[in-house]
Write a protein that binds this ligand. Structure first.
Ligand code: SF4
Length: 363
């Protein structure tokens, strides 16, 4: 499987999606005349700006790309979580408009029939429509999850099973069945919405503006990268480890070929949720780029999980282009703050690098 992840940063989803798809050459991967299934994450009926659901602008951009290369047999498939209606999610999240504009049907997996597939003794009811699709494009959101810490490509396929099966997955502890599900249903291509995902909850409400979109063909590698963006090691997430062990893909993020198309130049905005605001209280930012700032927020969230955040009270972690050329005492994040007495370089530095710096070099 390809070890490539193509990533770009910015605030224009149409341009960004096109950039990564052209770089990844998606069109060359799709068999001629096949049915293409697009599987977004519409777990709840909430607009994507709240951090839970896949951006409709990204889906529109993907459809425009596909149609421009003559791929017209496209369907959008989803099943919201047990407490919500998929048709409501399609409406609230802007997918009804997409369907009308591009003539692409919406398919509610909750109303489908299912086939039982068995992997290593675990049986699961899989949507027949999903099984019939010739090329599946998985579009998860880069976000946190209250039970599994993160949710990305592997877990997004939970929307391809019956509601009864979703309940059973929970009784089985989620990790193993999620990994095994990905043995049955193959994601042929993964396009990740990392524009604005939730800090730690799959339902949204604490969005972190991250301004990134990335894609690849290995769902395990993509999820390993998502884990790293959120300050976790791939091994911290059981379902990533199991999926790697059973051959769904590779979690070797250190040897991934990460291709950056465009760097982030957008300026971080004030946090909109209380949880993110609390973390932002530890930061002294002057003109920080959104991606850099988001990586720091994720690192602070992990320090908080470890009970170490309070040690940074009154330490004021500095970040942003306003610190360029300044030489003084303090903790600085990113190459712009290289004049500070303690600094982690990178433009932007990754979440794991920031975390390690704060834990090992600062404390
Ligand atoms: S180091 Fe400076 S220029 Fe680079 S991403 Fe961070 S804030 Fe932006």
């Amino acid at each position: 499987m390809d070890k490539k992840i193509v990533i770009t940063y910015g605030e224009n989803p149409l341009k960004m999606v096109n950039e990564v798809l052209e770089k990844a050459d998606l069109k060359s991967l799709i068999p001629v005349g096949t049915t293409i299934g697009i599987k977004p994450n519409l777990v709840v009926s909430k607009p994507s700006c709240l951090g839970a659901t896949t951006s409709p602008e990204m889906v529109s951009a993907l459809i425009e790309y596909l149609k421009s290369y003559g791929f017209d047999d496209i369907v959008i498939l989803e099943s919201s979580w047990i407490g919500d209606s998929t048709s409501r999610a399609f409406k609230v999240c802007g997918y009804e408009d997409i369907s009308k504009k591009y003539g692409v049907p919406l398919f509610d997996i909750k109303k489908d029939t299912y086939s039982v597939k068995t992997v290593n003794g675990i049986s699961m009811e899989i949507s027949n429509k999903v099984l019939d699709v010739g090329f599946l494009i998985n579009m998860p959101v880069l976000k946190g999850h209250c039970q599994t810490y993160i949710t990305g490509a592997l877990k997004n396929l939970k929307g391809c099973i019956s509601d009864r099966e979703k309940r059973r997955f929970h009784t089985l502890g989620l990790h193993k069945p999620i990994a095994y599900l990905n043995k049955v249903v193959k994601s042929d291509f993964i396009l990740v919405d990392g524009l604005c995902g939730d800090l730690d909850f799959e339902e949204g409400g604490n969005p972190v503006k991250m301004n990134r979109i990335f894609c690849g063909t290995d769902p395990v590698l993509i999820d390993a990268y998502i884990a790293s963006c959120m300050g976790y090691k791939p091994q911290d997430i059981d379902y990533i480890k199991i999926a790697s062990d059973i051959g769904v893909g590779s979690c070797d993020i250190n040897n991934a070929d990460i291709i950056v198309v465009s760097k982030d130049t957008t300026v971080a905005q004030p946090a909109s949720s209380r949880k993110v605001q609390q973390l932002a209280g530890y930061i002294d930012q002057k003109g920080a780029c959104s991606a850099c700032y988001a990586n720091l927020i994720q690192a602070l969230a992990r320090l908080n999980d470890k009970g170490m955040l309070r040690q940074f009270k009154n330490k004021s972690i500095k970040i942003g282009q306003g610190y360029k050329g300044k030489e003084c005492d303090g903790i600085g994040i990113g190459s712009c703050t290289r004049g500070l007495s303690r600094n982690i370089k990178g433009c932007p530095p990754s979440t794991p690098d920031i975390l390690e710096f704060l834990m090992n070099d600062v404390l």
